[in-house]
Every structure is written in structure tokens, then in C-alpha cells.
Design a protein around this ligand. Structure first.
Ligand SMILES: Nc1nc2c(c(=O)[nH]1)N[C@H]1C(S)=C(S)[C@@H](COP(=O)(O)O)O[C@H]1N2
Ligand SMILES: [Mo]
Length: 500
């Protein structure tokens, strides 16, 4: 075996065992202290906006998996290079590993929620990797010495085995230490104010049309968390503090003991492109944020409520919006279940009419009253607006461009939304012709989206279908095409179809 190949192989297994052991140790020091997750977290927090949007566009909600896989591939390449250099001089190898170890340590200890042991996984991983590299490459290889070669490959296999066992073992232990059991044990109270019944006819039940109520399983997920925060309701508290007369701290039991409100609210992501699916409608159970804030008594000038999560993410919501009487909730239930872990268990905010990035804090642990002048929430320094009211939008769900259509009647249908204003009208046009009014289905309230449908007498050939909505304030959805940043995409959704 050539010395270069030998070095590269040694480098890769040394890196693998470092990551595997770190993964295992991180079960005890916190999932976000594992070097991959810590470095990935730093990348997520600092990646330039266009690159982030690109990742969301290409990988959708798999953007995080793509980041982790990409990091592993890059790391393997660097590890091979370090091993290759180490053959020339072992100190190159040691120095290379030390640098990677320090990067891991630096990332882990600077994460917002870093615990005392955050440096341990990277330190231990780097130490073992250094030792492994040194042992594997100790002594010059004899060209053509097959016993030596066999010994080397055996050692490589053993190290790879240790890497796999510790890494997979760590993963397995981590999945056993989730709050899944604690979540299952939660008994949600019966709402003092139940959600209105979904009127019949709200859901047209068409195959390609998004159902009126989105199931928890199908509900979109957007957040910066590379590993899901596991927040134990037994030790959870919500602290309402900052510019308040009367700071309040609530335990989960105290929260559940309060009278609860249940409401349908459609949540939407500001990153949603025109025609995109980062939107969903669920039945949320929770305590009105207005009541909690009024107990805390915001002081004069506290015009922003900052929601802060267990993993240090923040959003900033206008205090006035939370007090204006809309059904803004500190939610604990989603569609009749405790919040799924990925949707914020044990508690999150839900505010009708505002994009999620300014209002929907998951895994929430704090509400801090401050002002917009004094504090920028997570996405604001990254180029997004401090204010994020949801824009009036509409989408065509059926037909889709790949459908085989034949001439004659075709049902065109979709959803439209303008949360907390309500939808007054939806119109469709074909090939830039006159706008034709669609039929609106019923909906529970102005805080949810609404389905619409329109019967089209399709003629053969290629056609362009377009939709626009008018909200209850009379505002007509703009044709102007704008990207999601800084405060939500605009433009009309178009679908090009071919009728046979
Ligand atoms: N802790 C935390 N909460 C968060 C986010 C986040 O990154 N971290 N993202 C927000 C954004 S941008 C959106 S659109 C909604 C999405 O909520 P969902 O994942 O339950 O659909 O969560 C919001 N709450
Ligand atoms: Mo979002």
C-alpha cells in the first residue's frame, strides 16, 4: 500500500473515531455539544442569507440533513489530507487534529445554551484521534511487507468498528433520552373555550388540494435546531420578565391548571415562496398570551415581547398585537395532542396574522418585555424585517402542471389566506384573460386559510392558470413579484398546464 493512501486512510478513521466518541459523550453533555452539531449550529447561525435560501429551495425541509452530510464529506476530505501529511511528519497530523478539536470546542462552548461539559466531546475526540493517528502511522511502512500491511488494515478496521459502535450507540442512547415518554404522559385539560366546529363544506376533499386542517404529521417544520430540543415539562418554566411591573414564573403544571382556549389558526413561514407549502392550519390549545402579559403588567414603552427558546432562538412580537384581543396563544396542544416535539413541546407561541419568525417561538422558556429599539430578535440582523404581518396570498393546488388533463370541465382549486383580516374574494384567470370569481369554501374564522374552487371549461392546448385573492380590508393581492426576504414573497401563483 502506498504511504499516501495509508496516511489518508488513517486520517479518515481517526476522524471517524473522534466523531463517534464525541457523539457518545454528548449523550451526557448535551446533544448540542457534539462537534458536528455544534459546528453545524454555528454555520446555521452565520450562513449568508442567499445561501440559506438556496439550501431551503434545493433541499426544502431536508436542508439540515444536507448540511450535516455536507459537513461529514468535507471533514472526511480534510481528515484524509491531514493523514496524508502526517505520513511526512506526524506533527502535521497532530497539529491538524488539534485545530479541528479547537474548532469543535470553540463552537460547542459558544452555543447559546452551552452547559459546563460542552468542551468535553471535542476534546476527548481530538485526543483519541491524535493517539490513533500516531499509533497507526508509527514506524515507517515497509513497501511490500504484507504482514505489516495486514496489521495496519486490521487496526484500521478495529478503529472503524469502535467509531461505528460508539457513534451508533450514542445515537441510540440519545433517542432513548428524549422527552417522548414525558410527552405521552401529559394530559391536556378540556378547553374552557373550545374551538368552533369546522363548518361542513370547509374541506372540498380534492386529492391534490391541501386539507383544511393539516395533520401534525404533515405540518411543515421550520427552525434552526439541528437536534430537537428535549425540554422536560417537569423542570420547564416560563419566565415573563424584563420591562414589567410584576415578573411571573410559571411551571408546566401551573400552566395546565389555567383555563384554556382552543382555536384554529393557520401558521405561515415568511420563507414560503409564492405557491410554496410552508403553511399549515391546526387546532391549537393554550392560554391567551394577553392574560399572561396583563399579569406581568408591561411597563410604558415595552413595545416588543421577545420569545426565547430553550436553544436560544428569539422572536420579537409587537406587544400591542398580543394585547389587541386576537387569539394569540401560549400553546400546549396541537390538533388534540400535546405539541409534537418538533413543533415546540412543551409550549410555544401561536399568533394569528404574523409570520412564524416574529411570533411562533417553539420550546419557549421566556417572554421578555423590551422595545424594538433595544433588541433585535434572531432573524433581524440577518436581513429580515422586525415586523412580519402575513401577506394576502393564494395558491393553486389542483390541477398541477404534470397532470394529464382532457378538454371539458376541470376543477381548479386551492387555498387563500390573509390571517386575521380574512379572505373576501378569490379570482382565477386563464391565459391572461378576464378575472373570474371562484367559489369560497367556508372557514372557521378569519384566522385560517380558506379553500376555493372554480370550474374551468378547459380547451385543448397549453394554458396558464393564475390566481389572486382579495382580503376583507379590500386589498387585492399584488402582481409584483418579490422574494421572501425581507418580509414575505409576493406575486401571483401561476400553473402552466397542457390539456390533451
Ligand atoms: N425555537 C424556535 N422556534 C421557532 C423557530 C426556530 O427556529 N426556533 N422558527 C420559527 C419559524 S421561522 C416558523 S415559520 C415557525 C414554524 O413552526 P412549525 O415548525 O411548528 O411549523 O416556528 C418558529 N419558531
Ligand atoms: Mo418561518
Amino acid at each position: 500500500m502506498r504511504n499516501g493512501v495509508r496516511g489518508a486512510l488513517a486520517g479518515v478513521v481517526a476522524a471517524a473515531v473522534a466523531l463517534g466518541l464525541a457523539e457518545f459523550v454528548a449523550v451526557f453533555t448535551g446533544a448540542r455539544s457534539a462537534p458536528l452539531v455544534a459546528v453545524g449550529g454555528v454555520v446555521v447561525d452565520h450562513v449568508p442569507e442567499p445561501l440559506k435560501q438556496f439550501a431551503i429551495d434545493v433541499f426544502g425541509t431536508h436542508d439540515k440533513t444536507a448540511l450535516l452530510v455536507g459537513t461529514v464529506v468535507l471533514l472526511a476530505a480534510f481528515a484524509a489530507l491531514i493523514g496524508w501529511l502526517a505520513v511526512r511528519n506526524i506533527w502535521f497530523g497532530v497539529a491538524g487534529i488539534a485545530i479541528f478539536g479547537l474548532v469543535g470546542v470553540a463552537a460547542a462552548v459558544t452555543r447559546p445554551d452551552a452547559g459546563a461539559g460542552a468542551a468535553v466531546p471535542s476534546l476527548l475526540g481530538a485526543a483519541v484521534a491524535g493517539l490513533v493517528l500516531w499509533r497507526l502511522l508509527a514506524g515507517p511502512a515497509e513497501p511490500g511487507d504484507s504482514a505489516d500491511r495486514r496489521r495496519f488494515l486490521t487496526n484500521v478496521a478495529v478503529v472503524a468498528g469502535v467509531a461505528a459502535v460508539s457513534g451508533l450507540g450514542g445515537r441510540w442512547l440519545a433517542t432513548r433520552r428524549t422527552v417522548t415518554e414525558a410527552r405521552r404522559a401529559v394530559r391536556l385539560p378540556v378547553p374552557a373555550s373550545p374551538a368552533p366546529a369546522v363548518p361542513s363544506g370547509s374541506d372540498l376533499s380534492l386529492t391534490q388540494l391541501a386539507p383544511y386542517v393539516t395533520s401534525n404529521r404533515d405540518f411543515y417544520r421550520i427552525d434552526t435546531a439541528l437536534v430537537l430540543p428535549q425540554v422536560d415539562p417537569a423542570s420547564w418554566t416560563l419566565r415573563i420578565h424584563g420591562r414589567v411591573r410584576n415578573p411571573v414564573t410559571l411551571t408546566f403544571d401551573q400552566l395546565l391548571a389555567r383555563p384554556m382556549v382552543e382555536r384554529y389558526v393557520t401558521l405561515a413561514c415568511v420563507s414560503n415562496e409564492v405557491g410554496g407549502d410552508l403553511i399549515g392550519n391546526a387546532r391549537w390549545l393554550g392560554v391567551p398570551l394577553k392574560e399572561l402579559l396583563e399579569e406581568a403588567q408591561p411597563l410604558e414603552g415595552a413595545d416588543q415581547v421577545v420569545g426565547r427558546s430553550a436553544d436560544g432562538w428569539t422572536c420579537g412580537t409587537p406587544t400591542a398585537v398580543l394585547l389587541d384581543g386576537r387569539d394569540a396563544l401560549l400553546a400546549v396542544g396541537m390538533n388534540g395532542e400535546p405539541l409534537p416535539i418538533q413543533h415546540g413541546f412543551p409550549a410555544r407561541m401561536v399568533v394569528p396574522g404574523l409570520y412564524g419568525y416574529v411570533s411562533a417561538c417553539k420550546w419557549i422558556t421566556e417572554l421578555e418585555l423590551t422595545s424594538f429599539a433595544d433588541f433585535d430578535a434572531y432573524w433581524v440582523p440577518r436581513g429580515w424585517s422586525a415586523q412580519g404581518p402575513i401577506k394576502t396570498e393564494s395558491r393553486i393546488d389542483t390541477p398541477r402542471s404534470r397532470n394529464n388533463l382532457s378538454a371539458g370541465p376541470v376543477t381548479v382549486a386551492g387555498v387563500a389566506w390573509a390571517q386575521h383580516r380574512g379572505i373576501r374574494k378569490v379570482e382565477v384567470r386563464v391565459d391572461g384573460g378576464p378575472w373570474q370569481e371562484a367559489t369560497l369554501a367556508r372557514s372557521v374564522s378569519i384566522d385560517t386559510w380558506v379553500q376555493w374552487s372554480w370550474r374551468w371549461e378547459a380547451t385543448s392546448g397549453k394554458h396558464r392558470l393564475q390566481v389572486r385573492a382579495t382580503d376583507a380590508t379590500g386589498y387585492v393581492q399584488t402582481e409584483e413579484e418579490r422574494p421572501p426576504a425581507p418580509d414575505g414573497a409576493t406575486g401571483w401563483h401561476s400553473v402552466d398546464v397542457e390539456v390533451g
